[in-house]
Structure formats: structure tokens, C-alpha cells
Design a protein around this ligand. Structure first.
Ligand code: GLN
Length: 453
């Protein structure tokens, strides 16, 4: 814990942490020492972790990297973090992220952008760590924690993992409790770990996953030991390559890495088959209707009355307006506007209802692939390697949304997806591959993912 606290201090320029909690960390570490001495150590005893600012942590700043939650210190602990502390983990602090988890570059944070510890061979320019879990990914990659919690609504665990050469898994929807995690789009949000290896991610998942009466969408499926299948041969496993993920204009390095990944899985005993997921092209537009719709509803609670920031006005409506104008950043406002529009009486059928129907078709595509005997699906994790900091100023919102093209399908279908590092490109930057699995079959993803990492 002391070594990590020192590393955090020395790497503040990355801006990975919003809040450091050194006193609490040392207290927790001392308690771990005692339990180890007594022989009552838990499975994560003394392991120092960073926590994404989206998780409520009792008595510790939890602001979803937003100005509107200024000074908010929850009186309760999220279920996922409670599980980690129960098993002995130590909290180092709260990690930076895109505001309310909306973004793909960690540039929408009220606390400023996070830097990727990786740089290209050609240029010394700062790169983004991806988003929204950019602080989690950067901190893990730079050894500023042993592992981190993260969340994924449309790729926010997997894309930052791919950009930083780390492992990130979005478990099946319902596998981890959402209780105590600030809601973005409730039907898509899932917590998961970012770690430096597949095995570390599996160990963290063992602790994070649980059924929880406080989250009625959490599912009562026994949590296996996720480390158990790691290292087994892939003999008898069928891995699908969906042709719809071969995009026009996709960089050659991505296409090549994808083929290389398939060859590694084949060498490990898997059978590689071509598959079709015909509704893939509708996933991104449907996601950018469903996610903002749910966000606009979830964010209605930030009115200046109950939490954090309040900016006074002439009357209560004026106070709401002033608080929200000052408290939400531009990307969050854009989502609220889109969401309110697609849910409005005149447009509900044309947009929201249609997007929900598309969602069912996307889900069915995956079901058909799995019914045909495919055990997991291999795709690129992102359409490019990490890009330069400052992209928010030059890229349009739609260009930014394209980052999620390979990841949102998985959230729309509620499936588990893992991003694993698959080597470096010619500029020396990490590239990631994604494996998508059957519901509640994270074990297969760890097993096949370890062959690639
Ligand atoms: N980049 C996507 C978005 O901005 C995904 C975010 C996420 O998964 N939290 O909506």
C-alpha cells in the first residue's frame, strides 16, 4: 500500500485519481496485516485497489466526475465495493472518469482529462486512455493500483483497457449488483474490473459478482471460481468471427491483429468459424437512443435539492435551471437533450420504441450464433489504437461515438465481453481484442482471453 501511495504521488500528472485516501488506505492495510497474522485473511487481503468515482463509497467523495455532485459524500457503500472490502482489499482513492460515464476519451470529466501512460514511438504527444473508465485504465497500466473497479454501459471498461494494454471485463448484465453505483443507463450499466492480467481480473470478479436483494436486476446464478478454467486447452471450443465487424475503412493493423488473435486461439485448440450477426450495423444508432433516454430519466434527480451543488434562483424552477446549467458539462447536457427528445410523446414510437425493437433483434443474432454451437465470439475491441489528447475539440460527437462500434452490441444484448491486450502496433501502442460470451459464461472468456494476452 505504501509503495502504491508513493507511485500515485509521483504520477499525479496523469490525473488518474480525483481523490486519494492515504489515511484510510493505511488503516485498511494495517487491519489486513492483523488478519493475515491471525490467519483470517480474505482472498483479496491487503490488495490495494482504485475505485472509479461512479461507485458510492461511504464518507468519501463520490461525484461521478461531475460538478453537480460537488461535495457529495454518500452515507452508504456500493455493493461491489463492500464485497471487495469484505474480502480484504484496500482502497487507495477515487479514480477519474468521463462525467457520469459519458464519453470515450476521459475528456468530459469536470476534473480534467486523464493521460494515457503510453506514448507512440514517433511522437511524445499525450494520448487519451479511453473512456469512460480512463482513470481506472491509466492507473492500472501505470502501476498506481493493483487493480481497479470500472463500469461499462457501452464499452467503458473494454475500450480503455484496449487503449492501455490492460484487461477489462464487462460481465453479464445482472452478474454484479448496480446498487450504490451512480446510474447512467440502468438497462445497460454493469460493473467490472480492470486489471493487469486475465487472472487478476478473474480474481477480482470472484469478489465483485453477487446477487443482491437491493438490485432486483442482479441474478441469482452461483458465482463460480473464475480462475478455475484459466490455462485449460481450448480443445472443443468453437470461436466465431462475425463478418459484420469487418468495417469499410478499418485500419489494416486492426484487421491484422484480429486475424492474429484467431490464429492464436486455433493454435490453442479452438475451432474458428465464420458467423453472421446481421443487425450489427444498427447497434450504435440504437444505443445512442436507448442510453441517452435512460440517462435523461436517471439524471432528473440532480435538481439542486437533494445532492451536491445548488445555485440559487428567483424561485424553485430558477434554482433548478441555474443548478443544472452550472452543474452539468456539455456532453451530459447533449445526452439529456437527446434523451428527452426521443422519449417525448410525439417521437417515442419513432425513436425509443424502434430502438428497443432493434435491441431485441441484436440480442437474437447472438442467441442464434450461440445456439449454432459457438462458445465465444472474437472481434477487435476498438477501431483504432489510443488517439491524441484534445480530440474532443476536433472530433464531432458522432466521430467520438464511433469508438463504441464493437462494444455497444454486447451491452445491448446483456452479454459478457472481455478486452485483452493483444500486442503493440507499429507505433508501439497497445491493441486489444474482444471476446464475447454466452450469458453468465465469463469463465470461457477468461480461459480463451488468457491465450491471447
Ligand atoms: N462511450 C460510451 C458513451 O459515451 C460508453 C460509455 C460507457 O460505457 N459508460 O456512452
Amino acid at each position: 500500500t505504501q509503495a502504491y501511495l508513493q507511485a500515485m504521488e509521483a504520477a499525479r500528472d496523469l490525473n488518474a485519481y480525483i481523490v486519494e485516501t492515504p489515511e484510510r488506505a493505511l488503516q485498511m492495510a494495517e487491519a489486513s496485516d492483523r488478519r493475515i497474522a491471525e490467519g483470517t485473511a480474505g482472498p483479496l487481503e491487503g490488495i490495494p485497489l482504485g475505485i472509479k468515482d461512479l461507485f458510492c463509497t461511504e464518507g468519501v467523495h463520490s461525484q461521478a466526475a461531475s460538478h453537480i455532485l460537488d461535495g457529495f459524500e454518500p452515507r452508504y457503500e456500493s455493493t461491489v465495493t463492500s464485497n471487495l472490502w469484505r474480502d480484504g482489499a484496500v482502497m487507495l482513492g477515487k479514480l477519474n472518469m468521463d462525467e457520469f460515464a459519458m464519453g470515450s476519451s476521459n475528456e468530459t470529466s469536470y476534473y480534467g482529462p486523464v493521460k494515457n501512460p503510453w506514448r507512440s514511438k514517433e511522437s511524445n504527444a499525450d494520448l487519451v486512455p479511453g473512456g469512460s473508465s480512463g482513470g481506472s485504465a491509466s492507473a492500472v497500466a501505470a502501476f498506481l493500483c493493483a487493480g481497479a473497479t470500472a463500469t461499462d454501459t457501452g464499452g467503458s471498461i473494454r475500450q480503455p483497457a484496449a487503449f492501455t494494454g490492460t484487461v477489462g471485463i464487462k460481465p453479464t448484465y445482472g452478474r454484479c449488483s448496480r446498487w450504490g453505483i451512480v446510474a447512467f443507463a440502468s438497462s445497460l450499466d454493469q460493473a467490472g474490473p480492470i486489471a493487469r492480467s486475465v487472472k487478476d481480473a478473474a480474481i477480482l470478479m470472484n469478489s465483485m459478482a453477487s446477487v443482491d436483494p437491493k438490485d432486483t436486476t442482479s441474478v441469482d446464478v452461483p458465482v463460480p471460481d473464475y480462475t478455475e478454467e484459466i490455462g485449460l486447452s481450448l480443445k472443443g471450443m468453437k470461436i466465431g468471427l462475425p463478418k459484420e465487424y469487418r468495417l469499410d475503412g478499418m485500419p489494416e493493423e486492426i484487421e491484422r491483429k484480429w486475424a492474429e488473435g484467431a490464429a492464436w486461439l486455433k493454435d490453442a485448440g479452438a475451432e474458428i468459424v465464420d458467423i453472421s450477426l446481421p443487425h450489427t450495423k444498427y447497434a450504435l444508432p440504437a444505443y445512442y437512443i436507448v442510453a441517452p433516454a435512460e440517462a435523461s430519466s436517471n439524471l432528473a434527480r440532480y435538481d439542486g435539492v437533494r445532492y451536491g451543488l445548488r445555485v440559487d434562483g428567483e424561485d424553485i424552477a430558477g434554482m433548478y435551471e441555474n443548478t443544472r446549467s452550472a452543474g452539468f458539462g456539455a456532453e451530459v447536457k447533449r445526452r439529456i437533450l437527446i434523451g428527452t427528445y426521443v422519449l417525448s410523446a410525439g417521437y417515442y414510437d419513432a425513436y425509443y420504441l424502434k430502438a428497443q425493437k432493434v435491441r431485441t433483434l441484436i440480442k437474437r443474432d447472438f442467441e442464434q450464433a450461440f445456439e449454432a454451437g459457438v462458445d465465444a465470439i472474437l472481434t477487435p475491441a476498438t477501431p483504432s489504437a489510443a488517439f491524441g489528447l484534445g480530440s474532443m475539440a476536433t472530433a464531432s460527437p458522432v466521430e467520438m461515438y464511433l469508438n463504441d462500434i464493437f462494444t455497444v452490441t454486447v451491452n445491448m444484448a446483456g452479454l459478457p465481453g472481455i478486452a485483452v491486450p493483444a500486442g503493440l502496433n507499429a507505433s508501439g501502442l497497445p491493441l486489444g481484442l474482444q471476446l464475447i460470451g454466452r450469458p453468465f459464461d465469463e469463465s470461457t472468456l477468461f480461459r480463451a482471453g488468457q491465450v491471447i494476452e
